[in-house]
Design a protein. Structure first.
Length: 200
């Protein structure tokens, strides 16, 4: 008796493809989000440095042995690479960065001979970074809640237009032509809260 071709035997044992994973309930999703946030916090606290960011820049704070002098430090900031080390000692931070920085506008200082503060100017100032170097644990950039002060960083005309839209709610007939501009602005700045804007 002839045996079935291997391809037929294999296909007959494959599970159906219509078994999509069930969506989580609201409570389950909250639990997952909470667990992820706690894990992320532990991972970030385990790093030998602290960092924070805005859309335009990043600030890294690195403790060093008390009494450290500038000439004892080996700090390199390149377009997409960073290194912080004690000469003849440990390397505290080194690796490829996920995005490029403006090297000429990035600086570092040694504060009180015990902490290095590095300011990195982002080349692309419309994105959040998930980590400082690609080898480090990631943060969930979708959970970043930017401060409302972002409005203060806009140019005068754009800021006035956005504030007016937010305050007035429904635009008047004179402002209808600005709706498309606001939509485009909202797409370019997803990090800002436009929930108070009522479009006609």
């Amino acid at each position: 008796m002839a045996s079935c071709p291997p391809s037929i035997l294999m296909s007959s044992t494959q599970p159906p493809e219509d078994h999509a994973p069930a969506e989580l309930s609201e409570e389950e999703q909250k639990k997952v989000d909470r667990e992820n946030a706690e894990r992320e916090k532990r991972e970030q606290e385990a790093l030998p440095y602290r960092w924070r960011q805005t859309l335009s820049d990043l600030t890294i704070s690195i403790p060093v042995p008390s009494g450290t002098r500038s000439k004892q430090l080996d700090i390199q900031i390149k377009k997409q690479f960073i290194k912080v080390a004690i000469k003849g000692g440990e390397t505290i931070l080194e690796g490829e960065m996920p995005k490029e920085v403006k090297v000429d506008e990035s600086t570092w200082t040694l504060d009180d001979s015990r902490e290095v503060t590095i300011s990195l100017e982002k080349l692309n100032q419309q994105t959040w970074w998930p980590h400082i170097v690609t080898s480090a644990p990631k943060i969930d950039t979708t959970k970043i809640n930017p401060e409302n002060s972002k409005l203060s960083e806009l140019d005068g005309e754009t800021r006035a237009m956005v504030e007016k839209m937010m305050q007035m709610g429904r635009p008047t007939s004179d402002e209808l032509k600005k709706q498309e501009m606001l939509r485009k602005f909202q797409q370019q700045h997803p990090e800002m809260d436009f929930s108070q804007v009522k479009m006609a």
